[in-house]
Design a protein. Sequence first.
Length: 547
Amino acid sequence: TARMAQFEEVSQKSAVHPMPVGLVLQYGTAGFRTNAKQLDHVMFRMGLLATLRSKKTKATIGVMVTASHNPEEDNGVKLVDPMGEMVTPAWEGYATQLANAEQEGLLTALKDVIEREAISMAQEASVFVGKDTRPSSESLSQAVLDGVHALGGHSKDYGLVTTPQLHYMVCCQNTQGRYGEATVKGYYRKLSQAFIQLTKNVPNRTDDQKALLVDGANGIGALKVCEMETYLKNELQLSLFNDGSSGKLNHLCGADYVKVQQRAPKGVEMTAGERCCSYDGDADRIVYYYSGSAGRFHLLDGDKIATLISTYLKELLTQAGLDLQIAVVQTAYANGSSTQYLEDTMKVIVRCTKTGVKHLHHAAQEFDIGVYFEANGHGTVLFSKAAEEKIQQLAQDSNTNDERKRAALLLQNTVNLINQTVGDAISDMLLIEAVLAIRGMTVQQWDAIYTDLPNRQLKVKVADRRVIDTTDAERRTVSPAGLQEAIDSLVKKYRQARSFVRPSGTEDVVRVYAEADTQESADALAHEVSLAVYRLAGGVGEEPKPL
Ligand code: G16
């Protein structure tokens, strides 16, 4: 029968994409991620899985080949569900099963998913594929396409795109164009029009105010922001650094480097007070920074971005007289000062979830307007359907007064500027630039909204990071025994201190976070907690040294 011929095809093709002996991978924080040499079979199998997911949902599914902030040698894959969200936990489980099935067991694993999900194999399937600029991404995305075709799925290869662009395409496709046109040009047009609408009435914007330095992390974001520039009609004047023409991806540059090292990326020539931003390797994260008068480095991370955006939205809602509930979603990495400011001064609802945008996205969906940002700069804003409708109605209402109407129109264009499918460095950058322009704020004024508690992030190598189990949105550990008690007593030694540890879902390390009243205290606490992890969770290599 046709079905048997299809499985035969899968079997034959999968032999061309063999699994390395003894390799076991987990679907992590954002998909599979490891050295690119070990991923060919995973890509083929994710092509198969995406095809099944498409048959199941009767919608287009996305597969993005990228390892985002990881080093250039790594690669990875992120699956995108119909509305541009991440796939559900059950399907993450299937992904892990398929990725780890022995060659002989692959068909059984596949049939198991088909059965459990009652998938009709006669249903058509459609998969959109995108890739970042890593040298390995070309052949790995071919392996994904091979998997899609082996199960008779239709594919569209978008080639080099940012992760958020691929999410956007999937959402456009599955909303029959209501979200936008499913092309890269359509994306540029939608975002740039919204940006120009937002900024066109801002009086006397000087060239200085329009100027922005961008660190492209030597990745896909650099290519794409260049393509977009002409659409912005000089309303934003970008100076691009680390554009990929010579430097290595994410090496001494990019959002993760800047956030974790708390220093400017290599290659960006910034003078005092100039606004600068960095993207990560697949342009779904962004952080801002500037050099202060004394040459001091000032970072504006995801928490500062969330604060800026939620303040702006709250003000517009008041002006528009719209009663919509606004919440901010963060993770344990959120700086204590930001949470305090949001709760006590801004009086917005604040939620804390586990790391991984899928968790934040989910929590943000529960509010009229959910602003979610990880401290590392990964985030966006979600508007409920009802909220969007109310904004639209008011913007079109001819009976409202000028102030309300102006606010409603700004809100409407803000909705259009935001990529609601996932965090998007380019869209977030345009939103931040528009907000700063509309509010007439400098980067220093933005920075002064609250003062970060000094903090430090470290990594510890252990034999098996799965020995660490966490609870309370990763703020406490439940195993190994004694670790949480050790952290608790270390934290007590310092003022305004907080610390937690968690296994990374993208790198083979345990992450340590600490904050306290001074940088010296934050550094010392981070080091002491690292030592506790090293000793209690099976550290390997040299013992962590003081900073
Ligand atoms: C991914 C996830 C983020 C997460 C980051 C680090 O980012 O999408 O939500 O914060 O990994 O995760 P972990 O601490 O588990 O390694 P990206 O930009 O690398 O895809």
